[in-house]
Design a protein around this ligand. Structure first.
Ligand code: GUN
Ligand code: ZN
Length: 426
């Protein structure tokens, strides 16, 4: 039987960002097409199931697969590197590590580990930086295709201020990116993002080519870094004295737009927020990274005030955890320091449908509407003694979710399904 029913507590968010919670619900999936049939109360759906195979869970919560809008697959081994802020961290740890991705076999093994680690943490889709080497991105997409995960990835474009072996040039970065777009964008569930690393490692000529790629391929994404660290911002000013701001560098080369995702945006002013808002560009908030690298405290309230779309992300290996639950935990604490209350419903909305919307993928993933792709997680609300005890005291859905995002991590992920098929079991 291709149709499968999963009976459990179920939570997802509807298009208007409202939580829909079924204490005893059924998620009906077509395992052949990998799409959702429907979701609803068990008492309403049980009568119509016939001899459909039912998997029943106790003390679990089914929700849409988590979405991570900024992460670097070549930085698996950079995670937990001591003592530096952004620029020295890049030079001392990250660039030497990324040089290893010249070896396609090393790239493949790391991509495989990385994707399995995402699934173990309940993350079923991500916007991912590759390395500068074209083959590193082929390896990533091949491994993602094997798992049938919906992933967006791109070859890093960088032609200065990095070791020789890690730099491409204007023409090769343009040609390699276009070749990857032709091969992978829309190939199964794979999608492409034009990926200039950041303004420091690209010449104006290379950023211009990035803009040209976006113009020539209007459905691809753009990902880069923006205003993460004070020394970084000062260096950008030196490199592009003729531009009004860091964001203006990207704007000048045509890199803003509704498929453009700017990681960090910790140090922005009103002009920046307004420009991000009017171009429908989004910011990816990376709390564990911003704390670990001492970058600063992201201002979620300001982004909201200016109507800028914000998603939430791990930024491994600047970030310290693959877990989106741990990422929400740290997001909550940053917001506390900025006098903003990040409530659990908003946080869970962000890492599912909200992040899908920020990636213009909410017609495919992010909730359990009919015909959406059936990526979902089965969360164990009794995964540790402490979690079990705390959950037993919770009196509302808000409390259940808040405890989960503060105490939860990969131990809370019992199973992960990708397009209707079991992809990870604890
Ligand atoms: N800015 C440019 N490259 C990087 C990177 O790899 N990680 C982070 N956090 N910021 C960057
Ligand atoms: Zn990053």
């Amino acid at each position: 039987m291709a149709i499968k029913a999963f009976r459990s507590s179920i939570l997802h968010f509807t298009q208007d960002a409202q939580a829909e919670y079924f204490e005893d619900g059924i998620l009906l999936v077509d395992a052949e097409t990998g799409l959702i049939k429907t979701v609803g109360k068990a008492e309403d759906l049980m009568g119509q199931l016939g001899d459909v195979d039912i998997t029943q869970y106790e003390n679990k919560l089914i929700m849409p697969g988590f979405i991570d809008t900024h992460i670097h697959y070549p930085q698996v081994d950079v995670i937990a590197s001591y003592g530096e802020q952004l620029l020295d961290w890049l030079n001392n740890y990250t660039f030497p590590t990324e040089l290893q991705f010249k070896d396609p076999e090393f790239a493949r093994e790391t991509a495989s580990f990385f994707l399995d680690e995402l699934l173990k943490n309940g993350t079923t889709s991500a916007l991912v930086f590759g390395a500068v080497f074209k083959e590193s991105v082929d390896a990533f997409f091949e491994e993602s295709s094997k798992r049938n995960t919906r992933m967006i990835c791109g070859k890093v474009m960088m032609d200065r201020n990095a070791p020789d072996g890690l730099c491409d040039d204007v023409q090769s970065s343009f040609d390699d990116s276009q070749t990857l777009i032709d091969q992978w964008h829309g190939n199964g569930r794979q999608l492409y993002a034009v990926t200039p690393r950041f303004a420091i490692t690209s010449t104006g000529e290379q950023l211009e080519k990035a803009g040209e790629l976006l113009k020539n391929n209007p459905t691809v994404y753009m990902q880069t870094h923006l205003s993460e660290n004070k020394a970084e911002i000062a260096f950008v000013k030196e490199l592009f004295p003729e531009r009004d701001s860091y964001l203006d560098v990207y704007d000048y080369y045509g890199l803003l737009g509704e498929r453009s995702v700017f990681a960090h945006g910790v140090h922005l002013d009103e002009v920046d927020y307004k420009r991000l808002s009017e171009t429908n560009s989004s910011i990816s908030f990376c709390p564990t990274s911003n704390l670990f690298l001492g970058s600063g405290l992201f201002d979620l309230q300001a982004s909201k005030d200016f109507n800028v779309t914000v998603s939430v992300a791990t930024d491994v290996g600047g970030g310290t955890s693959f877990s989106m639950l741990q990422t929400l935990n740290e997001a909550y604490k940053i917001c506390q320091l900025k006098d903003y209350k990040l409530d659990a419903l908003q946080a869970f909305y962000m890492m599912t449908l909200g992040n899908a919307k920020s990636l213009k993928l909410d017609d495919k993933i992010g909730n359990f509407e009919h015909q959406k792709e059936a990526d979902f997680v089965v969360v164990d609300l009794a995964c540790t003694a402490l979690m079990k005890r705390k959950q037993s005291k919770c009196k509302s859905l808000d409390e259940v979710l808040f405890s989960l995002m503060i105490l939860g991590d990969d131990r809370a992920i019992s199973e992960t399904y990708v397009a209707g098929k079991l992809a990870y079991k604890k």
